[in-house]
Write a protein that binds this ligand. Sequence first.
Ligand SMILES: *Cc1c(COP(=O)(O)O)cnc(C)c1O
Length: 417
Amino acid sequence: MTVALTGTEAEAHHLDRADPGHRELFHIPPAVGGRYPDTAYLAGNSLGLQPRATREQLLADVDAWARLGVEGHLDAERPWLPYHESLTGPAARLVGAVPAETVMMNSLTVNLHLLMVSFYRPDGRRDRIVIEDSAFPSDSYAVRSQARFHGLDPDRAVVRLDPGDVLDYLAAEGDTVALVLLGGVNYLTGELMDIPAITEAGHAAGAVVGWDLAHAVGNVPLRLHDWDVDFAAWCTYKYLNAGPGAVAGAFVHERHLGARDDLPRFEGWWSTEAGTRFEMAPVSRPPATADAWQVSNPPIFAMGPVRTSLELFDQVGMAALRERSLRLTGYLARLLATAVPDGAFTVLTPADPDRRGCQLSVQLRGCSAEDLVERLSRRHGVVADARQPDVVRLAPVPLYSTHHDCWRAVEALAAEL
Ligand SMILES: *Cc1c(COP(=O)(O)O)cnc(C)c1O
């Protein structure tokens, strides 16, 4: 039966019945156009959808403030003082860390800066930062400003490489590299880097290796501790569905934790041991955990949605999500290869499933990405996202996307191209 149905809408429904995912746990935005009531939402790599459980948890935190005032720090059902600690365990499981290595705080680029304060230590000839040439702009600006902060010329100190050239560069010029900072999954191409191999090569060259996991966390399984990654940071509003601007995560490997006076760090009252915080002492006593990188008291109302999201990932498990992700993205790749007129686009994302997460990036020929994405939404209820001038990103998210969403996206592309 499946063979006869290949590429049809009936086949998509058939596959969804066998492999339903967890769509019922999310709000799916209604479609503005097309013949289906809901959007085919393939933009979860940009902003994840809202879990149905989020609203109630968020309101419970707001209500605690109304009821308890300042007493909520200790007496709320989820007390505010240790609130961030309740996120540490599930966050650590998601990135393959021990709990002491993980903290949820701030936003992604802020965390990259706080971590680079500690881990970008230019020293004589060894002062370069290696990033990928297609790095997300925020990362580019962050590393350039770090170079300037150290009195260096960013045009010289920041080296932009094709990801495929990083290992060769480290072998040839490694003694000039202070820091390698790459995206675990590239935001534009969807390519999944060989995180353990690059980390090992960076260390062999004597460099520190950090990872921006914005497009990797909640998308592919991670084992940061075992891979010996020095530090990492990620946001939670993409695959983690914690809402726009939600509180981000940070990882510092165990071997960098503890009282080390030689490790610079920007501190505040949340950098000191929780038990000493209210001693109001003039000198901090940082804990031997990633909590030492915190600065301020956390935004509680922004933490609730992160908590809801991390609990969901804990329940479903990243291994099961990756299995489903391989099926969904494989299905989308097969449809793209057959259904759309030859030469209308090329898929930028590696064809090997081991070298990608759920996102497929399509590079258009002779057509503006922004214009196409607008038509996909208005005429077909398909939500994708555009990266100017000519890249459209399609991300079937294993928690809530369906085979039918993929089918709708490809049908709409075939109609519009
Ligand atoms: C989404 C994304 C960011 C966004 O940074 P914020 O600090 O969360 O605004 C940064 N870097 C990468 C690689 C991203 O994908």
